[in-house]
Design a protein around this ligand. Structure first.
Ligand code: SAM
Length: 307
């Protein structure tokens, strides 16, 4: 079962108004969503989004008139908010990025380098190309680029060359085949507690699910969705995600720049008043949480409030 990361912090920071409107944009197995629901009164609303059909199946087991379930990508959040007439009126949005335990633990989903299964890695396994299809058709330069940039893998060149060599002999269809190629290529360089395939699997998963593009497209939409004093919470699990959130905060937290040549036209005034956040905060899981749930170890939570 997926243990929700930093649950108490999320609930505290969302500062839930019992009759408010909330979105959990990454429902997963519903750990955060169920707690949010428990804080709402009969007038409150929770909209949940997930691209994984398995998560949607879990959500549909919650019979609650305050809950709206959306099977889709969070990058379409504005479209959904308009459809349900909550655009600009949302009290809080939660993003808990990455994969859920059921995705990692189910060997048939192909996310795990520790369990043998089809090399799939699609969060929505009814759509798009699998990791196996991608890797068997990709050129050296594409594989190298993905491993280097999305996995920050030091041995990206060696691993990409080994993948190209091996797939000429036999196409790669299973997680164990890819993991073995990586272990044979650079296993000796890794310490015993760091699996040599971890970074490569992360990189391929990020690519297959366009994870960074999804976040980039979504961040642009966040502030207009929220009401004044509405909050958004982002939980990231690696530096690539967290860097995007940090830049988003920086961009929207610029202090006012006053023009020299007053007066200025009203339509230009936006340009000079850039600060759109009333506060932002960063948290990490406690040692106690890390010892109960190792998956939380790399989590970074950032919370913003719109002015
Ligand atoms: C870490 S899990 C969320 C766990 C959840 N907070 C809980 O307590 O169970 C991340 C979830 O986000 C979903 N997800 C990731 N990227 C998504 C996207 N772009 N659009 C919609 N769902 C996405 C994944 O399918 C996965 O179920």
């Amino acid at each position: 079962m997926h243990i929700p990361v930093m649950l108490n912090e999320v609930i505290h920071l969302l500062n839930i108004t019992p009759n408010g409107i909330y979105i959990d944009a990454t429902f997963g197995e519903g750990g955060h969503a169920k707690k949010i629901l428990s804080k709402l009164n009969s007038k409150g609303k929770l909209i949940i989004i997930d691209r994984d059909p398995h998560s949607i199946k879990i959500a549909k087991n919650i019979k609650d008139p305050r809950l709206t379930i959306i099977h889709g990508n969070f990058s379409s959040i504005t479209k959904y908010a308009k459809k349900y007439e909550i655009f600009g009126n949302i009290d809080g949005i939660l993003f808990d990025f990455g994969v859920s335990s059921s995705q990692i633990d189910n060997k048939n989903r192909g996310f795990s380098f520790l369990k043998d299964g089809p090399l799939d890695m699609r969060m929505n396994n009814k759509f798009g190309i699998s990791a196996s299809e991608w890797i068997n058709n990709a050129k050296f330069s594409d594989i190298y680029f993905i491993l280097k940039n999305f996995g920050e893998e030091r041995y990206a060149k060696k691993i990409a060359s080994a993948i190209i060599r091996n797939k000429k002999k036999k196409i790669i269809t299973k997680t164990s085949e890819l993991s073995d190629i990586i272990c044979r290529t650079c296993g000796i360089y890794y310490q015993r507690n760091k699996h040599p395939a971890r970074r490569s699997f992360q990189a391929i998963r990020i690519h297959i699910n366009s994870e960074l593009q999804e976040i980039k497209n979504t961040l642009k939409q966040i502030l207009p969705l929220l009401k004044s004093r509405g909050r958004a919470i982002f939980i990231s699990f690696h530096s690539l995600e967290d860097r995007m959130i940090k830049n988003f905060i920086k961009k929207n937290n610029k202090i006012e720049i006053y023009p020299y040549d007053l007066p200025i036209l009203e339509k230009k005034i936006e340009k000079f008043f850039k600060k759109k956040l009333s506060f932002f905060k960063k948290f990490k899981p406690s040692q106690k949480e890390i010892s109960n749930n190792l998956r939380s170890k790399s989590a970074i939570l950032r919370c913003i409030e719109k002015i």
